[in-house]
Design a protein around this ligand. Structure first.
Ligand SMILES: NC(=O)C1=CN([C@@H]2O[C@H](COP(=O)(O)OP(=O)(O)OC[C@H]3O[C@@H](n4cnc5c(N)ncnc54)[C@H](O)[C@@H]3O)[C@@H](O)[C@H]2O)C=CC1
Ligand SMILES: O=C([O-])CC(=O)C(=O)O
Length: 282
């Protein structure tokens, strides 16, 4: 595959005609070879009433096996993990890359762009603005209370404490799952968010400066509390992660949200790490 082209390896193992990849291990290796970006959106979506964590039992082994293929055939690629639960699947990929001796924390990303896209959209509905002009910082992880919007850092600090808005940002995915009533979760908005993130990464790889996206990465910000991965604003560059932004100043109310986030996030991350230790696969 030509450099700069992303390999979407979700459809390889199945009967899907979308990509037409050869669904054998050598076909997968060929599809991955030379890719600069590998998107992993493989696995099952949730149904109404399920949490993202309920997908763990099915998706953990799917992501583990695809991570192995990527570690072998595209060890230097940027790996973009979309498969849920992102808070656990990203640590799974990290553990596999470590086991293969090719882990580069600057090249592993959990895609949380959709949380920012949603937050911007919901704020624009309230403020009657254009969502593309809204710049809402969302930090933490990608499920429920681990999704923490920081409205105090936006041009609408009055939105801190708006419980309805907070709930929509944290549980926007659930709204979609419920509306689709068994037919899956967000697909088009996810495609948009995934494309935005991949494009940002490619622009940064080509030398554009100041490309900043929110993303769930191996982060120093809360390691002192045992949390190895955290989503915050990240400046991208030719080597992947260029600079991880601090969370910055937050209100007391937002700090409470961050405390709840950290507690859940730690459990989600530990679960992914433990899974690989106990189920290393073939
Ligand atoms: N990070 C985010 O913001 C979002 C994450 N998601 C997650 O993305 C994942 C996929 O969701 P959808 O695209 O809606 O589901 P989908 O069912 O439409 O697509 C899943 C794809 O995975 C493939 N697949 C299944 N098992 C596989 C295996 N063993 N190896 C390789 N490919 C395999 C299927 O062939 C299918 O093409 C879910 O886990 C979902 O929760 C979805 C939306 C947003
Ligand atoms: O909600 C889901 O299951 C899919 C997802 O991650 C999202 O839409 O944010």
């Amino acid at each position: 595959m030509a450099p700069g082209v992303a390999a979407d390896i979700s459809h390889i193992n199945t009967k899907s005609k979308v990509t037409g990849y050869d669904p054998t291990p050598s076909g997968l290796a060929a599809a991955l070879k030379g890719a600069e970006i590998v998107l992993i959106p493989a696995g099952v979506p949730r149904k109404p009433g399920m949490t993202r964590d309920d997908l763990f039992n099915t998706n953990a082994s799917i992501v583990r096996d695809l991570a192995k293929a990527a570690a072998e055939s595209a060890p230097d690629a940027n790996i973009l993990v979309i498969s849920n639960p992102v808070n656990s699947t990203v640590p799974i990929v990290a553990e596999i890359f470590k086991a293969k001796g090719v882990y580069n924390p600057k090249r592993l990303f959990g895609v949380t762009t959709l949380d920012v896209v949603r937050a911007s959209r919901f704020v624009s509905e309230i403020k009657n603005t254009d969502p593309k002009d809204e710049n809402i910082v969302v930090v933490g992880g990608h499920s429920g209370v681990t999704i923490v919007p920081l409205f105090s850092q936006s041009s609408h600090p009055d939105l801190v404490g708006n419980a309805e808005l907070l709930n929509r940002v944290q549980f926007g995915g659930d709204e979609v799952v419920k509306a689709k009533d068994g037919a899956g979760s967000a697909t088009l908005s996810m495609a948009m968010a995934g494309a935005r993130f991949a494009e940002s990464l490619l622009r940064a790889a080509q030398g554009e400066k100041g490309v900043v996206e929110p993303t769930f990465v191996d982060s120093p910000l809360y390691k002192d509390q045992g949390v190895e991965f955290f989503a915050s604003k990240v400046e991208l560059g030719p080597s992947g992660v260029e600079k991880i932004h601090e969370v910055g100043k937050v209100t007391a109310e937002e700090q409470k949200l961050l405390d709840a986030c950290i507690s859940d996030l730690k459990k989600n991350i530990d679960k992914g790490v433990a899974f690989v230790a106990q189920n290393p696969g073939k």
